[in-house]
Design a binder for this molecule. Structure first.
Ligand code: AMP
Ligand code: MG
Length: 355
């Protein structure tokens, strides 16, 4: 077998099976996972790149296949609430309340880890992130494997997370054993991550479960500085994933804050001044007519769920169309919008223009 280099990390080139959402193929995925292989699996958030979470050497292959920095820990996925008990040292009452309110669903909780979690999963931290997904196919795959599954998003590190099997194959072909096609992901952005290992629970990554929904159950919730801004030099990231450039297409993205009218006027100036011919607008549905540039849309202006569903697909489409520069309409940061803005901000490398 060929050994290739991706970044500094080695992976073995192999044939990648495309499995379907059938009982037979789910059983096959389970076998591969039990045997220490890697399978990309659908979830309600994005496609995940799964391995047996209790097998350190299987988990190490995830980092090689993705080219993921080794200090960035993984989320462990379970198919029944009681599997949580063996993964963490204890389940505090606040965590239990959150689980009752939002599991199964797009919420990841971080707690001090038990001894069965390999260091590869927690990347050397003494905590572990756990999620109980709501998509039935995901849970069937976990059941077929018979073990909890460690699964980060199934993209090459730095690229937008995949939200369908084709995008997953585009990134992972030749690097992993199989991709299971479960259709398009419902939410389209990764889970909400909240740590309960701190005195006051803290939001590390926004997702479809909103800060308001978390506060309803928890009362107090802090929002980590990395959620809506860039970490200052020298500050340690509470969630290592938040410090990396992420979700990024090849094009250079600038977020433009302002009304549609202001955006249109600004684009008229930009389209005359820019030398590149491959300038695109990333705008909301129905705005294309008014904008004097090629457009890719990412959902409706006042509907964060349609935006989250579309965002990563739109970022990949910009690459497919050869965009070099992209000016993006700015989403609202309310509710699920905070997750959309957080991802777009990272895709843009924090480049924001306020009109
Ligand atoms: P991904 O699954 O690719 O979206 O990445 C998982 C995210 O969860 C990354 O941002 C990680 O840094 C974060 N994460 C996973 N485990 C932990 C942990 N134990 N402590 C803090 N953040 C974590
Ligand atoms: Mg990721």
């Amino acid at each position: 077998m060929n050994i290739l280099l991706y970044g500094a990390i080695k992976y073995k080139q192999m044939e990648t099976l495309l499995l379907q959402n059938t009982e037979r193929d789910i059983a096959r995925a389970g076998e591969i996972l039990r045997g220490g292989g890697l399978v990309a699996i659908p979830t309600e958030t994005v496609y995940g790149l799964a391995a047996n979470a209790l097998d350190g050497s299987a988990v190490a292959k995830i980092f090689a296949a993705k080219g993921r920095p080794q200090d960035n820990p993984l989320i462990v996925h379970i198919s029944e609430m009681n599997q949580w008990n063996s993964l963490v040292r204890e389940i505090p009452p606040k965590a239990m309340k959150l689980a009752r309110a939002y599991w199964p669903g797009p919420l990841t909780m971080i707690l001090p880890k038990s001894d069965i979690i390999p260091d590869e999963v927690s990347a050397g931290l003494d905590t572990v992130a756990v999620r109980f997904p709501s998509m039935r196919t995901t849970r069937k795959i976990i059941d077929a494997a018979g073990v909890p599954l460690a699964a980060p998003s199934a993209n090459l590190s730095g690229s937008p997370s995949p939200t369908c099997a084709r995008h997953t194959m585009d990134d992972m072909r030749g690097r992993i054993d199989a991709v299971l096609d479960g259709g398009e992901c419902n939410f389209g952005v990764e889970s909400t991550v909240v740590t309960l290992a701190t005195e006051i629970p803290r939001l590390l990554r926004p997702g479809a479960v909103t800060p308001e929904e978390l506060r309803e159950v928890l009362g107090e919730l802090e929002i980590d500085d990395a959620v809506l801004g860039r970490l200052k030099d020298g500050v340690k990231a509470a969630s290592p994933g938040m410090k990396y450039k992420h979700y990024s297409p090849k094009a250079e993205i600038t977020i433009v804050k302002g009304t549609l009218d202001e955006f249109v006027t600004y684009m008229e100036i930009v389209s005359k001044a820019e030398e590149s011919e491959k300038i695109y607008a990333l705008c909301f549905d129905g705005e294309e007519e008014q904008i004097p540039l090629e457009c890719v849309t990412y959902g409706r202006e006042n509907d964060a769920l349609t935006q989250s569903h579309r965002l990563f697909t739109a970022l990949r489409e910009l690459d497919e169309r050869g965009a070099e520069k992209v000016y993006a309409r700015c989403p609202s940061t309310n509710g699920v919008g905070m997750a959309v803005y957080n991802r777009l901000l990272r895709a843009a490398g924090f480049s924001v223009v306020a009109l």
